[in-house]
Design a binder for this molecule. Structure first.
Ligand SMILES: Nc1ncnc2c1ncn2[C@@H]1O[C@H](COP(=O)(O)OP(=O)(O)OP(=O)(O)O)[C@@H](O)[C@H]1O
Ligand SMILES: [Mg+2]
Length: 157
């Protein structure tokens, strides 16, 4: 079976100011990391502060490109995707929940869950289906009563 995600020898360098000679310096956040995830896998990533967890997840999720190495998503090499291709990849294939909530204050709880369907241009029956699924998901996590509550006053995690 094709892996959902495969990282091969991923390295990531961030710019880190200038050295004594005025040359750009870099800091290596990831050093040849490899990882394979199959459908249904559940993995946790642990490590001390600054060890590169957020950097690895950012590369894995297509938020940033690695400095070297390959990222395959469902077998497709996405390591040299353009920004537009990456944006489409994230919209269609990747779900990410950040440490800080990224709710849109002007939308209700239900509307937050419809955002991706709307951005993807779904309409008619498909949008209706997305809305019904959003309502089911709120129900599943015990937030059915909060469906019309604004993102600005929804309780945090
Ligand atoms: N945008 C950035 N620019 C420069 N250096 C960065 C940047 N982001 C992270 N770093 C550096 O990269 C290394 C890895 O950082 P990262 O944030 O991935 O670690 P982390 O494991 O998520 O840490 P924490 O547990 O504190 O969240 C650290 O040395 C950090 O200082
Ligand atoms: Mg982090």
């Amino acid at each position: 079976m094709t892996s959902i995600l495969e990282l091969k020898d991923i390295s990531l360098d961030y710019p880190d100011g200038l050295d004594d000679q005025g040359q750009p310096r870099t800091v290596r956040a990831l050093d040849r990391v490899s990882l394979t995830l199959k459908a249904g896998d559940f993995k946790a990533l642990t490590g001390s502060s600054g060890s590169g967890k957020s950097s690895l997840l950012s590369v894995a999720a297509g938020l940033i490109q690695p400095s070297s190495g390959q990222r395959l998503i469902q077998g497709q090499d996405t390591s040299s995707y353009s920004e537009a291709q990456l944006a489409r990849l994230r919209r269609e294939k990747i779900g990410l929940i950040f440490q800080q909530p990224n709710l849109i204050p002007s939308l209700t709880a239900l509307e937050q869950l419809e955002v991706m369907a709307r951005i993807s241009g779904l309409g008619g029956a498909q949008l209706k289906e997305a809305r019904s699924r959003a309502a089911d998901l709120l129900d599943l996590v015990g937030l059915k009563d909060q469906a019309s509550v604004s993102g600005s006053i929804l309780p945090g995690p």
